[in-house]
Design a protein around this ligand. Structure first.
Ligand code: BGC
Length: 356
């Protein structure tokens, strides 16, 4: 008799455990692979941590991998995720065009793919794209320069130099394109002058978004065009890692013999760059709250697992070569020395002590 009561209790306990597990988004321990490009940049560490936390909170099991910006490593990590039973893959690609073959395997096995932050190109295995409005990122950077220099009021001429990101990252085209759609008219009418003449995307791109590459290019620009005391008034930099290269170069080659410090744009609000912002060495950065992106992506995972349509807000912008990928675009905002406390500290993104 006692044994029978125990057995009944055991069954009840198991049913209860299952019920609680299932109520966590109905995910019941389903495995999700999260492939991030690199640990080198602060933002991807935050993205990975947020994704893992949010997915686990919803009851999923998470396989989170970083690929040291090496394409072959990312491909083999994704292969392992497919073979080890992941049902959904969330991928921030290193190079948008390099995942076609491995994702064909995913598709064959019914594994769904969400492109995270960066669009995966030329693969029909991609179900959704979760990102920030990348064109708007560029527009806001361009508008910041436009406002700070008073370009709408006809001021100038000012000297400007340009730097953007990795040519294999589809986002870089959007950032650069958005900014140049604001700035081109001032270049055309002479209010903005690019002393180096380096203007087209391929010339101002930065392999791997690397700070070192950015710094090397600016070392050459500063010594060739600004060493004689010519003022550099603004630098359009597409993100914080390239902005950091520009700042490092200016500190080594420019400060001391020039009276102004250029307006430098950025993106990500990395801690080192926010510190530079507070110190007056970088004018602004774009704040992309990775917590919002992670929770939107988890909504997509949930919808896929429940066989429903995920909430998207853009069905026209992002064609990856196989057709439009339904996207959710989060809104980026600009941060500078006047609003960073509200945006970054009061929102709990950073602690005040992180920025000291
Ligand atoms: C991201 C940026 C980031 C850059 C370098 C882009 O795809 O959208 O936030 O700064 O990659 O990692």
């Amino acid at each position: 008799m006692k044994k029978r009561i125990l057995a009944v209790l055991l069954v009840c306990a198991m049913a209860l455990a299952c019920f609680t597990g299932c109520s966590k988004g109905g995910s019941g321990g389903t495995k999700v692979g999260v492939a991030m490009p690199t640990k080198d940049l602060q933002r991807w560490n935050q993205d990975g941590d947020n994704m893992k936390k949010e997915l686990e909170k919803a009851g999923y099991t998470v396989d989170l991998q970083y690929a040291s910006n090496d394409i072959a490593t990312q491909v083999s990590q994704i292969e392992n995720m497919i073979n080890s039973g992941c049902k959904v893959l969330v991928i921030a690609s290193i190079e948008g065009d390099s995942l076609g073959t491995v994702l064909a395997q995913a598709k064959e096995k019914g594994v769904k793919v969400i492109a995270y932050d960066r669009l995966i190109m030329n693969s029909d295995a991609v179900t959704y794209y979760a990102t920030f409005d990348n064109y708007m990122v560029g527009t806001k950077q361009g508008q910041y320069i436009e406002e700070q220099l008073g370009l709408k009021d006809g001021k100038g001429p000012f000297n400007i130099e340009l730097i953007t990101g990795d040519p294999g990252d589809n986002n870089a085209n959007f950032f650069f394109g958005g900014a140049m759609d604001v700035l081109n008219k001032y270049i055309d009418n002479g209010q903005l002058v690019i002393k180096s003449g380096q203007k087209d995307f391929a010339t101002v791109a930065t392999q791997g978004w690397s700070t070192e590459n950015a710094q090397n290019r600016f070392d050459a620009i500063i010594s060739a065009y600004y060493a004689d005391g010519t003022q550099l008034d603004a630098v359009l930099a597409s993100n914080d890692s390239t902005a950091m290269g520009v700042t490092n170069s200016l500190e080594a080659n420019y400060s001391g013999n020039h009276s102004n410090w250029p307006i430098i744009t950025g993106q990500d609000c990395d801690i080192a760059n926010v510190k530079n912002m507070i110190a007056g060495k970088q004018a602004m950065s774009i704040f992309k709250d990775t917590r919002t992106l992670a929770s939107k992506t988890v909504e997509m995972v949930d919808a896929i697992m429940q066989g429903k349509e995920a909430p998207v807000n853009d069905k026209e912008t992002y064609d990856n070569g196989t057709g439009i990928i339904p996207s959710y675009l989060c809104e980026p905002v600009f941060a500078d020395v006047n609003n960073y406390k509200k945006l970054l500290i009061e929102s709990g993104y950073y602690k005040e002590s992180d920025l000291q």
